[in-house]
Design a binder for this molecule. Structure first.
Ligand SMILES: Nc1ncnc2c1ncn2[C@@H]1O[C@H](COP(=O)(O)OP(=O)(O)O)[C@@H](O)[C@H]1O
Ligand SMILES: [Mg+2]
Length: 220
């Protein structure tokens, strides 16, 4: 962690393919909180998460980190401090689990990029925290869907993010691992990170201090 990030979004509108996907979303998540973004499939959770992570610019409205406006063009200084675990994992199948985790450091500003040895250690610690230390040297293709999901989460936490956005982080997991990952996300928030999950998982939502519900692109 470098320092807390309070995330605010005001009046977020997003149009894609001629349709309104998000219609004026406003939300604030203070540092140290775990927040859930819930709502039916197709309600706009993933779209809002990519806007909050400044991977996609809204048509209207703005996203603020600690009061500073952030856009896809101005996100670079925040990279490494802001990590996103995507719904489809985004792993490279020709690399091992550990190599995929180490990729997160590529997004760090040069001055903060660890050397090879520190990188290996950070990847090992992150894989251990998702229960996959023993799978470090396996190729992604040799792993189950749930294991791949946990590797994508390990990658996101490996740089010690101040803001973590996770899209359906428990979708592919069994009960034991849902509990493990829920604990991990709570722990990140407890240590001061801002954590936002898009989720259908009712047990995870119940553990979130803040819950935002989307319906047809409108926050309820
Ligand atoms: N690139 C895109 N172009 C057009 N429509 C999109 C695009 N991405 C998502 N959508 C549409 O936006 C709506 C919200 O999608 P999404 O944010 O993925 O919802 P959720 O994550 O809640 O299931 C859906 O109707 C989806 O089809
Ligand atoms: Mg989604």
């Amino acid at each position: 962690m470098i320092g807390p990030i309070q995330l605010s979004a005001t009046g977020i509108e997003l149009r894609l393919g001629g349709r309104t996907i998000l219609d004026g979303a406003d939300l604030t998540v203070p540092a140290g909180h775990l927040a859930a973004l819930t709502g039916p499939s197709g309600s706009g959770k993933t779209s809002l998460l990519t806007v909050l992570g400044a991977l996609q610019a809204p048509d209207r409205g703005e996203v603020l980190y600690n009061g500073s406006r952030v856009t896809p063009r101005t996100r670079h200084p925040w990279s490494g401090r802001v990590q996103i675990a995507h719904q489809s994992f985004g792993l490279l199948s020709l690399l091992t689990a550990a190599e995929n985790v180490e990729l997160a450091a590529q997004g760090l500003p040069r001055a903060r990029r660890p050397d090879r040895r520190a990188l290996r250690t950070a990847a090992g610690t992150a894989l251990d925290s998702v229960g996959l230390a023993a799978r470090a040297d396996h190729l992604v293709d040799e792993l189950s869907g749930g294991e791949q999901q946990r590797i994508s989460l390990a990658r996101a936490i490996s740089t010690g993010p101040d803001l973590m956005l996770a899209d359906e982080p428990t979708a592919q997991l069994d009960a034991e691992n849902r509990e493990r990952i829920t604990g991990l996300l709570l722990d990140l928030a407890r240590r001061g990170a801002t954590v936002i999950v898009a989720t259908h998982d009712r047990e995870l939502t119940e553990r979130c201090g803040l819950v935002f519900t989307l319906r047809d692109g409108v926050l309820q």
